[in-house]
Write a new protein. Structure first.
Lengths: 88, 209
């Protein structure tokens, strides 16, 4: 039986991640060969995934790392790992 | 994302625990991006996420002896970050429905994707244009919290499904379901807005209801 567009959409994320089994993948591939709409949905969803993974989209605030390590330097001087800070 | 290196981590931890404290900088450095973005996805505020990330790193240091090595180091670190973030949300009295614990996986709800065939491929050089980055960030920040966290860890920090599940303390099945819905929401939200970044080509609009 030929799968319909909604069925394909339900599996798009798993398809992109390679998480669908071989027979479903083959059915989806067959569907995509002739369905312009689903091909466009697949391509654009995959493109969104690729774009948001780019490091330029989510960047750490400027100076984040320097401030973190400066704070750690202060804390490391005060405390031992797994032990409470020495008092008195 | 820096790939995990268990041998390096185990060696670092052993040496830190016998007094080579300065090695903690090298141990935590590969995790700091993931810590920050997990916290940012929870707290949605740069300054608060940065403060929480610093607190997380200090807690990791103070509890280093408790790391058992039965999960990846970064997974353990991120569970400490998650607790730090959730603790802050609780203090702020954030409503449950937007918290990480919200039980909305049961919701069904078909979605109809946006079908705009003009922007199937957007070259990554387009990211040089700041508006595109801003558009993507806004779309992700607009997702419900339970989807946002999964996208942040899986698609932005590029963790695998298992590690994402462990870091968020949810099942792998829940990761897959949330990831699917999140990507679907992003596609639907972004497709109509991203057309202008696509290379020009023939046969532009292919709308579908």
């Amino acid at each position: 039986m030929r799968i319909d567009c909604k069925h394909v959409w339900q599996h798009i994320s798993a398809y992109i991640d390679g998480e669908v089994d071989a027979s479903l993948r083959a059915e989806i591939d067959r569907h995509l060969e002739t369905c312009e709409i689903c091909s466009a949905v697949l391509d654009s969803t995959r493109n969104v995934v690729v774009l948001i993974a780019d490091d330029r989209v989510f960047e750490l605030p400027a100076g984040f790392s320097e401030r973190l390590h400066a704070r750690l330097d202060r804390e490391l001087d005060l405390a031992e790992p797994s032990r409470p800070p020495v008092s008195g | 994302m820096t790939p995990p290196n268990p041998e390096f981590e185990a060696d670092c931890i052993r040496r830190i625990l016998v007094g080579e404290k300065h090695l903690f900088h090298d141990l935590i450095r590969p995790c700091e991006r993931s810590i920050y973005f997990l916290l940012f996805s929870l707290l949605r505020n740069e300054a608060e996420a940065e403060d929480a990330a610093q607190e997380t790193a200090i807690k990791v240091y103070l509890n280093l002896k408790n790391f058992r090595g039965d999960s990846q180091f970064r997974t353990w670190v991120l569970s400490i970050a998650r607790n730090e973030g959730l603790g802050r949300l609780r203090k702020a009295g954030t409503r449950r429905e937007d918290s990480l614990d919200a039980e909305t996986d049961e919701q069904t709800g078909d979605y109809t994707p946006a079908v705009l065939t003009s922007w199937r491929e957007i070259p990554s050089e387009s990211l040089e244009r700041q508006q595109l980055g801003a558009l993507l960030r806004k779309a992700i920040e607009g997702l419900p919290a339970i989807y946002r966290n999964v996208v942040l860890l899986r698609d932005i920090e590029e963790m695998d499904i298992r590690e994402t599940a462990a870091a968020l303390d949810i099942t792998e099945g829940a990761v897959k379901v949330r990831l699917h819905r999140a990507r679907a929401l992003l596609q639907r939200d972004l497709a109509p807005k991203l057309g202008e970044y696509a290379p020009r080509r023939k046969g532009l609009f292919g709308w579908f209801k």
